[in-house]
Design a protein around this ligand. Structure first.
Ligand code: GLU
Length: 461
């Protein structure tokens, strides 16, 4: 037996990698890396009706994008059915699990009666073998499920890595179904066999599983398996204080990738959401691994803060290597059907004012595809007052050498010739050439266009 630190993430492939799961994966990964341990990826695909290969592919892609490399896996639960069945047989033989033939209709009657008596609904143990108890005769037409014979007395206690000590009395817990009639194990059973077989030392997972842990601990004990330590990470709340959910905006890692966020920013932001290291807000993957030892995890729910994520992303955008930034912006443009080459030539002028590569692509697009000023912008800025100056400007630009200083001079001379003020002419140029009234310094913006493009766009007034 080794004491090696081994963590895992165990997503169910019923959709994209959720931000909450990504954060748990990140903590599990960082913890393993910090201690020189191992990190395992397990795909919990026993919900056969809802699991899809497409979801598996998305999850793997998101893990890769975030740089969460794993030492083992992906391990698929559906490929381990023989193992679960063997463990079930052993538990039945030892009297720690039993066949239950209660039909759904009978369960309904049972629960209705309990409710009528003002009791909490629970399985009443009618098929649980007890010394001296006469069990009913198994019906021939009902396929049994397997239930775990949960201890009736005592208290389950563990010292949660996030929440501190937790105790639940066994009388609060009923006999859980651990294998369905179709021979597929349920989550609480498969997870224990897997965490045992995979020698998981620390289980980090979402808060929503805290009520499952007492069952799992009892099953570990029934199997004579060593217990891992558990850390239940508090939920992430949306901007509106409600649990982060699809209805309230993007919740998948994939969506953030598509929306122009950088993996290093997501990693930094997600890590900080529910964990802290002093006042540090911006830190690298390496720093996270150095600092993350499982302490300083927050006990209270984390609040998703889109503005802060934007700020973190903007930071990484500014410091990103030019060629990588260019690659990402090119890909964003491609999504819009815009073929662009050598975008690094133009990204520098705009990247400081952008939070995402999508915003940056919004700027850069004008250099690779035509712009379509709105009627409102045209009416507001390309006014009758300014229009007579445009042919003059075109002539001067036509004759100018194509650099910032010469462009600035041409604009200045045009202003003087027509008695205009800089903003009047500059706004008109921006709307016509860039498709929007606000841009960085107009001479710097124009310089990056081919001269002919500027002349053509100015002529459309
Ligand atoms: N498949 C479970 C989930 O996605 C895993 C929970 C756990 O980590 O034990 O929520």
């Amino acid at each position: 037996m080794t004491n090696k630190i081994r963590t895992r993430i165990a997503p169910s492939p019923t959709g994209f990698l959720h931000l909450g799961t990504a954060r748990t994966a990140l903590y599990s990964w960082a913890f393993a890396r910090h201690f020189g341990g191992e990190f395992v990826l397990r795909i919990e695909d026993t919900d056969v009706a809802r699991s899809t290969q497409d979801s598996v592919d998305q999850i793997l892609a998101s893990m890769k994008w975030l740089g969460l490399d794993y030492d083992e896996g992906p391990i698929y639960q559906m490929q381990r059915l023989d193992r679960y069945r063997a463990v079930i047989d052993q538990l039945i033989a030892e009297g720690k699990a039993y066949r239950c033939y209660t039909t759904p209709a009978e369960l309904d009657v049972m629960r209705d009666a309990q409710k009528a008596r003002g009791e909490k609904t629970h399985y009443d143990g009618r098929w649980r073998p007890e010394p001296g108890k006469q069990l009913p005769v198994p019906p021939v037409d009902v396929q049994a499920v397997i239930r775990f014979a949960n201890p009736k007395d005592g208290v389950v206690t563990w010292d949660d890595l996030c929440k501190g000590p937790i105790s639940i009395a066994n009388r609060e817990i009923d006999d859980l179904i651990i294998m369905r009639a179709d021979g597929v194990p349920t989550y609480n059973f498969a997870v224990v066999v897997d965490d045992w077989d995979m020698r998981i030392s620390h289980v980090f997972r979402g808060d929503e599983h805290v009520n499952n842990t007492p069952w799992q601990i009892n099953i570990f004990n029934a199997l004579g398996a060593p217990l891992p330590l558990f850390g239940h990470v508090p939920v992430i709340l949306g901007d509106d204080g409600q649990k982060l959910s699809k209805r309230r905006g993007a919740v998948s890692v994939t969506a953030y990738e598509e929306n122009g966020f950088l993996p290093e920013a997501m990693l930094n932001y997600l890590a900080r959401l529910g964990w802290s290291h002093g006042d540090e807000e911006l830190f690298s993957r390496e720093q996270l691994v150095t600092w993350f030892d499982g302490s300083h995890l927050s006990k209270s729910p984390a609040q998703w803060d889109a503005a802060k994520l934007g700020w973190v992303n903007a930071h990484y955008l500014k410091t990103l290597a030019d060629d990588r930034l260019a690659e990402l912006v090119t890909a964003q443009l491609q999504r819009r059907g815009i073929v662009a080459t050598d975008v690094a030539r133009v990204t520098g002028l705009f990247k400081d004012r952008c939070s995402t590569t999508v915003e940056l692509a919004d700027w850069v697009a004008m250099y690779y595809a035509d712009v379509h000023p709105t009627a409102d912008d045209l009416a507001a800025h390309v006014t009758e007052l300014v229009k007579p100056a445009l042919p003059t400007l075109r002539d001067k630009l036509f004759a100018a050498e194509w650099n910032k200083a010469a462009i600035a001079a041409a604009i200045k001379e045009t202003l003087a010739a027509h008695g205009l003020k800089m903003p009047q002419l500059a706004h008109a140029i921006r709307v016509l050439v860039c498709g929007r009234p606000q841009t960085p310094s107009i001479d710097a913006v124009l310089e990056l266009f081919p001269k002919q493009t500027v002349l053509t766009r100015l002529q459309r007034a």
